[in-house]
Design a protein around this ligand. Structure first.
Ligand code: NAP
Length: 516
């Protein structure tokens, strides 16, 4: 079983009581250990007695860590003083279960090694009342060039090897996954930063000794650390094992995506051994293809599906085609895919559930066979809307700020799509620009004067943040029928759920999208 440790920083003796309260919250929240970070406390004249109180009264087993500035902590004193502090805290019958010491100092000085060995249990002196030694190595700038040889050397002396480095891409996580098996000793191998989350959440899948989770977002001690609640509830950490299937949303950015909450809720409801992660992939096609190839090739990872978002939808379609995989009609028509499914034999299937969602939402309100419809915009969603409208039998007009891009879109669909500068008489309008989106280029604006849109047309607004954009509001106020972007989002996510699980999402999962 992979343990969950919650780090708690304690700087002053008068913070001991609240630190112990936090340790209780960690226990109630499902943690197995607390890591008391005493980098600052250790320099206080009463630091030893305060740290002893923490160890004595902690409701959970303790990792005691006094981290140096060189490895991301705050300890600035002499090494010998640091060892003396740890020695003084862990005397007699009172010893933290684990004592963290940095490999850089350990390997540099035989004198330090000898002193630390007096504090911890070791081969020549195995005493149950002594701490176990965690040798640790942290690199906030990237992967240490000598990582492999360093961890191998650490495994000789340590009870637990801990290595954490800032991932440069999701591919770094693959190396972290392999380390526990390769080293053969209890190992904590974690990637920090936005690309590192899989190494933290999937630690049980690869036999990691422990992972860290923050009590709340503000108390994280390393970049990319999830909260305890996210780890235990959203990612269902306790049910992850070597057979867990991996899914995720790949794009840039993905940190605010609602998809992990939605799909993990579905997996939970269906009691499926699967987890869904945010997977940031830098915005260039080469990075996307390299990441996808390496993740698909990893033998133990069980990557079974991806939601793919901006800006990688077109690259996913061409990747699956080039691999000899299967692209559905919506992908063939739109040239873009937002869903990857990997079947039991490892074959790839690309789908475009944006097309399906737009098609379903419009078909539920209006018969567009032989009718004219307007697409506003010429980006990725505009392509999906054009494909959906063509499948519904509509004659499609495209209008975009940059007319050359509209011409490009139209020509890729053939002569059936017309580029226009005014809407004319249309039965449906699909708004596919990012105008009106909060945080977008023009959150208060409208991409077209609402007064020139026919009142009896149906408006599908694809932007869902906010749910009521200025264009939708103006059109609805004048009596027009509107469909919101949230409905499109729910429909495309539900279609992904059907593709991956063969079942409909339950109401609780759909409520996750409504509430967020
Ligand atoms: P995209 O490829 O970047 O295209 C953006 C489009 O917006 C382009 O046509 C662009 O015109 C236009 N635009 C941007 N700023 C503008 C401005 N100030 N005035 C007029 N036009 C402007 O983006 P996308 O992937 O198609 O996404 C578009 C929107 O769809 C997003 O904002 C998102 O809210 C929404 N969306 C919804 C869902 C859902 O499930 N509901 C899913 C995905 C996306 P130019 O060509 O002239 O630059």
């Amino acid at each position: 079983m992979t343990l969950v440790a919650v780090p708690i920083e304690v700087e002053e003796p008068n913070e001991v009581a609240s630190a112990l309260e936090d340790a209780n919250l960690a226990k109630v929240g499902g943690a197995d250990l607390v890591e008391f970070r005493v980098d600052v406390l250790a320099e206080h004249p009463e630091g030893v007695s305060a740290a002893r109180q923490l160890v004595r009264e902690s409701p959970l087993p303790v990792v005691l860590t006094c981290r140096s500035e060189a490895e991301g902590g705050s300890w600035r004193g002499e090494e010998t003083d640091r060892v003396s502090f740890l020695e003084a805290v862990g005397t007699d019958d009172l010893a933290p279960q684990f004592l963290d010491f940095e490999e850089a100092v350990w390997s540099r000085s035989a004198n330090i090694r000898q002193k630390v060995r007096l504090v911890v249990a070791h081969d020549q002196q195995v005493r149950p009342d002594r701490s176990r030694l965690v040798l640790s190595k942290h690199d906030f700038d990237g992967r240490p060039t000598d990582l492999t040889s360093r961890v191998a050397a650490m495994a000789v002396d340590a009870d637990v090897v801990k290595v954490a480095w800032t991932a440069r891409s999701l591919r770094d996580c693959l190396e972290a996954f392999e380390m526990p098996r390769l080293l053969g000793v209890p190992t904590v191998a974690l990637c920090m930063g936005p690309f590192g989350l899989p190494s933290r959440v999937l630690a049980p899948k690869f036999g990691g000794f422990l992972t860290f989770a923050a009590l709340d977002a503000a108390s994280a001690t390393a970049p990319g650390q999830p909260t305890l609640s996210e780890l235990i509830h959203q990612y269902r950490f306790r049910s992850i094992d070597s057979n867990t299937e991996v899914y995720g949303v790949a794009g840039w950015p993905v940190e605010h995506s609602k998809s992990p909450a939605f799909h993990n809720q579905i997996f939970s409801e269906q009691q499926r051994n699967a987890v869904y992660l945010p997977l940031p992939v830098a915005p260039d096609a080469t990075a996307f293809v390299a990441t996808l190839e390496s993740w698909l090739a990893h033998p133990g990872l069980d990557l079974r599906g991806l939601s793919v978002t901006l800006p990688h939808k077109e690259t996913l379609a061409s990747f699956v085609q080039e691999c000899g995989g299967c692209c559905d009609e919506a992908v063939e028509l739109s040239g873009a895919a937002n869903t990857l499914r990997v079947d039991d034999s490892g074959n790839l299937h690309a789908s475009n559930t944006d097309v399906l969602a737009i098609e379903e939402a419009l078909a539920a309100r209006i018969d567009l066979q032989g009718q004219s419809a307007l697409v506003l915009g010429a980006g990725g969603v505009a392509r999906a809307a054009t494909a959906a409208l063509l499948r519904l039998g509509a004659q499609v007009r495209v209008m975009n700020r940059t007319s050359a891009r509209a011409e490009q879109l139209a020509s890729s669909f053939g002569t059936s799509v017309e580029v226009v500068t005014t809407p004319g008489e249309v039965s449906a309008v699909v708004q596919c620009t990012s105008v009106g989106m909060s945080g977008g280029p023009d959150p208060k604006g409208t991409p077209i004067d609402p007064a020139i849109l026919p009142r009896d047309a149906v408006l599908l607004e694809t932007v869902y943040e906010p749910v009521m954009t200025p264009l939708r509001e103006a059109f609805a106020t004048s009596g027009g029928q509107t469909i919101g972007g949230l409905e499109m989002f729910q429909r495309q996510a539900a279609a992904q759920c059907r593709l991956w699980t063969g079942r409909e999402p339950g109401p609780a999962a759909l409520a996750v999208l409504d509430d967020s």
